[in-house]
Design a protein around this ligand. Sequence first.
Ligand code: ACO
Length: 465
Amino acid sequence: MADLRKLFYPDSIAIVGASRHPGKIGYMILKNLIEYGYRGKIYPVNPNADEIMGLKCYPRVSAIPEPVDVVVVSVPAPKVPEVIEDAGKAGAKFAVVISSGFKEVGNVELENKIVEIAHKYGMRILGPNIFGYVYTPAKINATFGPRDVIEGNVAFVSQSGALGIALMGMTILEKIGVSAIISIGNKSDLDDADFLEYFADDPQTKVVIFYIEGVKDGKRFIEMAARTTLKKPVIAIKAGRTEAGARAAASHTGSLAGNIAIYNAAFKQGGVLVARTVEEAFDWVKSFSWNPLPQGDNLVIITNGGGAGVQATDTLADFGIFLKKPPSYTVEEVKKFVPPFASLANPIDITGMAPTEWYYKALVAALRDPEVHSIVVLYCHTAVTDPMGVAQNIVAAIKDTGIRKPITVSLIGGKECYEAIRYLTEHQIPAYPTPERAAAAMAIMYKYLEAREYVSKRLEEISKE
Ligand code: ACO
C-alpha cells in the first residue's frame, strides 16, 4: 500500500528543470505552484540559474539544505535517471516525472530504470509522461495547465495528459470544483488503484472520476474501486471501447485497452459507473458533487411541457428507473394554482402558461413533501415566460425552504436558457440544455446506490467464504 500523504501534503516541493524562460514547461509549473498559493517551501533546481521568480535556485536536489518531500522533474528523458538518483539519495519521497520519451515510445528500459533507482531509495514515482498534479486542500497546482482551478470535492485522475489538461480547463468553465487532478500517464509505479485507495478515505473528496485507457493490475483495481464505491461514487470514462479505439490507446500510452466486455464486467464488480463520453461524465460529476444522495426512490418531474416530461421519463426508463404515482401533498398544493387542464400525474405538468412563480410554488411543495425524494425540473422556453426567472425561483425555493434534495434541471430553448443554466451552475444546481441530460444526471445517482448495494453484498459474501 502506497502512503501518499506526503505527496498531497508535502512540506516542500522542488522543481528540477525550473526554467528561466516563459513558455517552457518547467517555467509554467513553477509559476503555477507559486501563484496558486502553495504555502510549503518551493525550491527551483537548475544548474544554469541562480534565481528564478525571486526564489534561490539550486544546481541539484542534493544541494538543497533541507529535506524535500516532492520533486517535480521537467528535464529531457535521458537526464531523468541521474535526477532520480540524486533526489533519492537526498531523501525525496516522491518524484513527479513530467518528461515524455519512455514506454509510450518504446523506451521501456529507461522507464524501468528510473523506477528501479527510485525504489532503491524508497521513493515513489508519479508518471512519467504527465502534466503534473493538483491538490487543492494543500493549494498545490504543480502542472502546466490552467492556474485557477476551483476548489471542490471532485478528484479527477487522467491517464491521458493532453485530454486531462484540456479537461482541467473545462472544470473551470463548468464551475466544477476539484479536490485533486492527477495525471498518471505511463503509470510506471503509482497507478489508478493507489489513488483510489487514497481518495476513498480522503474527506475532501466526494466523487472520483477516471479517464482510463488500460488498467495495470485489474484485480487490485476492482478491489480498490469496490472499497471506494462503499464510500463514494467512482466514475470511469473508458477509452478504447471499440477495437479501433483500443488500437489508438495502445499507440498512445502503450496501454492494452483490452476487451471492453472484460472491462465492463470488472467495472461492475467494482461498482464503477461507466460514462461513454466526457460530456456524460461531467454531467454526472455535477450531480454527485452538488447534490446530496437520494434518500428514497420517489422521483418527481415538474415540467411546463408534456414532451420534455416524456423524454425525461424515457431516459429514466433507459436506466431502469420508473416514476411512481404522484405524491399527494405536492399534488394538493399544485392544484391550488394551476388551471384545470394541468396534468397532475407524474410528471407534474404545470402547463405552458406557467409563470415563473409557479415553479417556485411547485418546487417548495415538492421539497417540503416527505414523499418526494428527488426532483427533475424541466422548462421549455416560451415567449410568455422568462428562463432566468425560473432559475432564480429554483434557487429561491431551495434557499427559502432550507431543504436540500437531489435536483437536476433542464432549461430547453435558446440563448436565454443558456444564461439561466449558467446562473444555476453558479449556484451549484446541476442544469442542462436537454431533458435527457437532466434525467440521466439524476438516474446515475440511483444507479450509484444500486452499485453500492451490489458491491456491499458481494464483499459480504466474500468475507463469509
Ligand atoms: N537539472 C536541473 N535543470 C536542468 C538540468 C538538470 N540536470 N539540465 C538542464 N536543466 C535546465 C535547463 O537549463 C532548462 O532551463 P532554462 O530554460 O532556464 O535554460 C530547464 O532545465 C529545462 O531543460 P531543457 O533542456 O530546456 O528542456 P525543455 O524544457 O525544453 O524540455 C521537457 C523538458 C518538458 C521535460 C521535455 O523533455 C518533455 O518531455 N516534453 C514533453 C512533456 C509532456 O508533454 N509531458 C506529458 C504529457 S502532458 C500532455 O500531453 C499535455
